[in-house]
Design a protein around this ligand. Sequence first.
Ligand code: NAP
Ligand code: MG
Length: 508
Amino acid sequence: MTEARKTKAAIRPANGRLAMTTPADLARIEAWEYAPAPEARDYLAIQPRYELFIGGRWRKPKSGRHFTTINPATEETIAEIAEADAADVDRAVGAARAAYDKYWRRCPPAHRAKYLFRIARAIAERSRELAVLESVDGGKPIKEARDFDVPLAAQHFFYYAGWADKLEWAFPNTRPRPLGVAAQIIPWNFPLLMAAWKIAPALACGNTVVLKPAETTPLTALRLAEIIEQADLPPGVVNIITGSGATGAALAGHRGVDKVAFTGSTEVGKEIARACAGTSKRLTLELGGKAANIVFDDAPLEQAVEGIVNGIFFNQGHVCCAGSRLLVQESVHDVVAELLHRRMQTLRVGDPLDKNTDVGAINSAAQLRKIEELAQSGDADGCTRFQTECDLPARGFWYRPTFFTGVSMSHRIAQEEIFGPVLSVLTFRTPDEAVEKANNTPYGLSAGVWTDKGSKNFKIASQLRAGVVWSNTFNKFDPSSPFGGYRESGFGREGGIHGLLPYIEARP
Ligand code: NAP
Ligand code: MG
């Protein structure tokens, strides 16, 4: 039995100007505090040093250099990771090309499916190990890694395994052909899941792959390389190389690559687009976002608050499709802010390996600085800041769940992606104004609409310039649903049948 005691949680208006929750309210609001329930990590074998996975073997980098990956919740060094330079990239692309010509393009589609099913099953079998590793390397709560990242990664491999021998049915009257070697570059917020989103459709369509994970979170991609060895894929079909932005640039710019798939910041996405311009490389970009979560006065408000909390505090707000702008109808602004206040006080911030933790560590010191700087701009612009007043661990990178009221469209916190647990609250009066404000951003990745009127929901959703619109919910994913952006959120889709298209030539 978990020993529980009640503590009085507190929430403060950090700049002291607005206190929606009175002291009497605070005395009534209580959060259960549980005894620590940390997931064990002692069984997790982590090597002190990892090399590059090229051509089915672990190779020392030609650069001769390694860098460290740390646990952002404790700042402890976990392992040394090989840093691939241009010569290593060349070797990896060469291995992928050789594997494409020798094995993979000739491999019967049903056999490709067999390999993908094997990878999917191995991810499921090793799910606990992968979840702990993801949490330790990236700072995300174990319950999210365990219940979201890892199962969804396995599901993507299962889903695309099913398509491998049915491409002619997916694209009738065409003869779908693979493109060749795919260069895939992924960020640190969903390391294993992003690897699955990229590798599974590429392999299903008959391409070979060179994947580069982010510098701060390479460990689950490297564990996936072990799974790929275990699944006995022909050598060179999947190559995993680690390194910095320069490694990514060398990979995207390599002349032997036929397709580049990138997930990351809009800034780097633009650089990659420039590098691919004028070549025959196919390109897909999954970039940043500044999603609007629109709450109408007829919405079930308590339910909407759960969606708002999930939309912005899930994975510390390190989510490209995070509902980072709350657009709330003016008549219910105060009640929604109040409910949000109260709900936020019950969020548990701390040890990511604790099964009760809701909000884990910020992924890196650099990301924490970026969040702090943007939040301070909210203060400087005169917005009112609310933060939970929980205790934070002494070491590691942490940021309290925060929201700002009094935000207007011109403020930086309404325009720029914060990529942290910080919500900007804006108001609207009419549905047209809600749509106008929601679309007034250079991004267009996702949005949410909360109303109890089905017709209104459809009407608003159809006017939103966003790749995904969630209706009376937020942050829901399924391998059969396409995901991707408009405008500066990128182009191309991942997931579903649409996710096959970037990896094939579908001509009659
Ligand atoms: P990032 O700096 O763009 O990095 C993404 C990846 O690109 C990392 O592997 C990075 O390596 C590499 N990289 C850095 N500079 C490069 C260059 N010049 N050429 C080629 N590759 C380069 O983004 P991030 O800070 O890791 O991730 C956060 C951003 O990703 C946010 O803007 C977020 O919205 C976006 N994101 C979008 C989606 C989506 O599906 N749309 C999903 C997740 C994240 P290093 O790690 O070594 O720097
Ligand atoms: Mg790390």
